[in-house]
Design a protein around this ligand. Structure first.
Ligand code: PAF
Length: 278
């Protein structure tokens, strides 16, 4: 596996990968890699493409410096996981490479970015879309993989790619879970033992709400009940909603493509999760 830390190195290694494999797949990550990331990389490697994985904790998508600084980092562990997975090229840029002093462009996505994470984390999707657009411009992938755990993020990236006529095909890979249902997330390693014990409740409540909807309930009852159960268990919920899976608009009842989405903090750790509804 090659490791590129500068743009000239990236350009050189990407050219070699394209010559050898005919195509390039990109897996954008912020590091602290876990089995969820590994599922994305494994899928890319199996496809036969030249595989580039970016590892960059993107400051512009964090609301506070404390959250950015506290985000888990494990550079040596990440490179070992990527090597083991058969990744061809790790792209590990510095902040100054991604955001040079004269940087003056941001990507502002509307539509699916406007609600939920968009309101609870102001500026988050602007920072995320901007760095993903930069990564697409730098790596020029034919295809890029994202995890379904960040369901809204996937829809925002798809909207940006469609609206800006960007080349990569976007492929979403199902969420990987712990045996007790907790969605794998780099932030899970920040949970206290007590919070880790309680955390799977979010997934349990998503499944219960789905069951109630399948039995004919309208959305408002199960959603309100789930919010109450989260509060009782010590979560500070931001939302628990039934939405259109593409536009993220709230729904009153299940229809094809509907999604149940939730976000809540447990102490200082914010968890998000989602499942298909119906
Ligand atoms: O999902 C993430 O880890 C990040 O939002 C991404 C897509 C790598 C952009 O920084």
């Amino acid at each position: 596996m090659r490791v590129a830390r500068t743009l000239p190195e990236l350009t050189q290694h990407c050219a070699a990968l394209r010559a050898a494999h005919g195509r390039i797949d990109l897996v954008p990550t912020m590091g602290a890699l876990h089995a969820g990331h590994r599922a994305l990389v494994d899928t890319a490697v199996r496809s036969g493409a030249g595989v580039v994985v970016s590892v960059f904790v993107n400051p512009s998508q964090f609301g506070s410096t404390a959250d950015f600084q506290g985000y888990p980092r494990d550079d040596a562990g990440d490179l070992a996981i990527l090597e083991d997975a058969g990744c061809h090229l790790a792209w590990v840029p510095e902040v100054a490479t991604m955001y040079p002093p004269d940087d003056a462009t941001v990507i502002e996505v509307g539509g699916p970015a406007l609600r939920w994470e968009g309101t609870h984390r102001p500026g988050h999707f602007r920072g995320m879309a901007t760095v993903v657009a930069k990564l697409f411009g730098q790596v020029r992938p034919d295809l890029a993989y994202f995890g379904e755990k960040d369901w809204q993020q996937v829809q925002v990236v798809r909207r940006m790619v469609a609206d800006l006529h960007l080349p990569p095909e976007i492929v979403a890979i199902p969420t990987v879970r712990e045996p007790d249902g907790l969605a794998l997330s780099s932030r899970n390693r920040l949970l206290t033992p007590e919070a880790r014990r309680v955390a799977p409740l979010m997934h349990g409540l998503l499944r219960e709400a789905d069951q109630a909807l399948a039995e004919g309930a309208t959305a408002s009852g199960p959603l309100a009940a789930a919010l109450e159960r989260l509060r009782e268990a010590g979560f500070s919920p931001d939302y628990f909603a039934l939405v259109d899976g593409e536009t993220l608009e709230p729904l009153e009842g299940v229809r094809p493509g509907a999604r149940l989405i939730a976000a809540a903090s447990l102490g200082t750790v914010r968890l998000i999760d989602n499942i298909a509804a119906g």
